[in-house]
Design a protein around this ligand. Structure first.
Ligand code: SF4
Length: 221
């Protein structure tokens, strides 16, 4: 019988447990100074279906050349494509990034507003990236759910959902606002290094005594 899940305690314990591991990519870039809404949006697009180990240097390479909507809109499609060529689906993303930079120049005077509807209106931008931008660059409490947040919160038994989209809705209804930005910051490294997709490290996990281990083959942990 597990203890009732205490989300405040879990966040605190996981915060300590992930300290030795690399930060989630968008948070790492923000710490390096790439924390404008446009930089965060572009970096998130680069990171889609791409490992952090690849998307981080790719984003840095693009930003070394151009990091504002004005600068990126001046690049050609081929230049952007070449700069982000290590990212998965780079051709499609290059076109979308160029189009977004031009739209921001035309419609918003070169400054990307911190508005969810505007972010979601751009090509290639879904709730995960929109919420990361709002949370990290704009400081607006927003829950970004990737595959790690989805898997871990379901294993805890904290939510019971079948898709990341449904997890986002369930967390918005349940998770205290003060954890909305941190849940992504913490569960990305936690999901990569402790509550891993295969063979999670349950025996040394700091939240074992309150985790329901839903769907986990306990004999393998
Ligand atoms: S106890 Fe296991 S399943 Fe639960 S959070 Fe920890 S590693 Fe994941």
């Amino acid at each position: 019988m597990t203890k009732p899940f205490d989300i405040d305690l879990a966040i605190k314990l996981i915060n300590d447990a992930v300290r030795p591991f690399p930060k989630a990519a968008m948070f790492e870039l923000a710490e390096e100074g790439f924390k404008s809404p446009f930089e965060q949006l572009v970096a998130c697009m680069i990171s889609i279906r791409t490992y952090d180990e690849v998307s981080l240097p790719t984003a840095r390479k693009l930003f070394a050349r151009a990091r504002t909507p004005a600068e990126v809109s001046q690049l050609t499609f081929a230049e952007i494509d070449s700069l982000i060529s290590t990212s998965t689906f780079h051709e499609r993303k290059a076109g979308q990034i160029h189009e977004i930079a031009c739209l921001i120049m035309d419609k918003y005077d070169g400054n990307l507003p911190c508005e969810r509807e505007i972010l979601l209106s751009f090509p290639g931008v879904g709730p995960k990236c929109a919420n990361l931008v709002l949370g990290i660059a704009c400081g607006q409490p927003s829950i970004s759910v990737d595959i790690h947040v989805h898997r871990v919160t379901n294993r805890w038994g904290y939510v019971k959902t079948s898709t990341p989209e449904k997890t986002m809705a369930a967390l918005e209804a349940k998770l205290p606002h003060e954890h909305w930005i941190d849940i992504n910051r913490l569960l990305v490294p936690f999901g990569k290094h402790i509550c891993t997709g295969e063979r999670p490290h349950c025996s040394t996990c700091p939240v074992l005594d309150m985790c329901q281990q839903v769907g986990v083959n306990i004999r393998q942990t």
